[in-house]
Design a protein around this ligand. Structure first.
Ligand SMILES: C[S@@+](CC[C@H](N)C(=O)[O-])C[C@H]1O[C@@H](n2cnc3c(N)ncnc32)[C@H](O)[C@@H]1O
Length: 271
């Protein structure tokens, strides 16, 4: 849909405004996800490429296992924090630019992964670009980490604040119980499975969900909200008001929020 793409284009550029806050406030990804991806990929001596690496939330756990990695990240401010976070891993190279312009050269990778970044890539070209970067039989892993709020009353009030300030794609859509037993893809249209099947060049498609309970204190949760594109694209005064209201609400609920953090991963392999 044209309007959705327009919103995505605007949203894809906002993270660098708050690169340090993003790095400090966002949750990471479950270690079990990294293990699952690497078992599936069976990399051998091939390197991996990460698309939209941001500040390295998903990069670091792969890098820590010694995986040779090229990270493609278009925002120089995010890339600066990423470079700092991977400074101890000589096998990681950071390349600044859009994935759509990036050239794999003659190299073909054993794994391409993207964490919370797939939606920002050109919808018409992304499967072709992924395919071109991978050797035959190599893996693609698309990861996202939405959460569900445990307290139903708190979720409804937070969603109400979002509605009043025009926030779309709210992080308060789900109760923890909505996503506790579900599988990836059962609650939205953005899950890659259908598109990947339609593309036809991939096989062995899998969707896996990992779960973990997480508590944020008020300040960290406000930082997390501030780092979301849904909040960044708001006019400053709306964002400040929405955050102030959310802060008062969380303080009145014991100074924080309990969420069920899920890490969803979609896996597929080039034929
Ligand atoms: C929500 S952040 C995710 C960052 C990181 N992967 C994480 O999980 O924290 C989305 C990232 O995608 C990057 N991005 C946006 N458009 C992109 C594009 N066309 N090619 C590659 N990365 C892109 C943004 O700069 C941003 O760092």
């Amino acid at each position: 849909m044209a309007s959705e793409r327009h919103v995505n284009a605007a949203r894809s550029k906002v993270f660098g405004e708050v690169a340090e806050l993003y790095d400090a406030s966002r949750p990471g990804y479950a270690d079990t996800m990294v293990t699952e991806v690497l078992e599936y990929a069976a990399l051998g001596d091939r390197a991996a490429v990460e698309v939209g690496a941001g500040t390295g939330k998903a990069t670091v756990p792969f890098a820590a296992l010694g995986i040779p990695l090229v990270c493609v990240e278009p925002d120089a401010r995010m890339a600066e924090v990423l470079r700092r976070n991977v400074a101890g891993y000589p096998n990681v190279r950071v390349e600044v630019g859009d994935f759509e312009q990036w050239q794999p050269g003659s190299r073909r990778y054993g794994l391409l992964f993207a964490a919370s970044a797939w939606n920002f890539l050109d919808h018409d070209r992304r499967w072709g670009l992924v395919h071109a970067a991978l050797a035959p039989g190599s893996a693609v892993a698309l990861v996202r980490n939405p959460h569900g709020v445990h307290d139903a009353g708190l979720r409804a009030e937070l969603a109400g604040i979002g509605d009043r300030h025009g926030i779309t794609g709210s992080p308060h859509r789900f109760l923890a119980s909505d996503i506790a037993g579900g599988e990836p893809g059962n609650w939205d249209q953005a899950w890659p499975d259908t598109e990947c099947r339609r593309d036809g060049r991939f096989t062995d498609l899998r969707s896996v969900r990992f779960r973990e309970d997480l508590r944020y204190d008020t300040d960290r949760y406000l930082g997390y909200l501030s780092s979301l594109s849904a909040y960044r694209i708001l006019p400053d005064d709306h964002r400040e008001q929405a955050l102030a209201e959310a802060g008062r609400l969380l303080d009145a609920h014991g100074g924080g929020i309990d969420v069920l953090q899920v890490t969803d991963v979609f896996l597929a392999r080039t034929r």
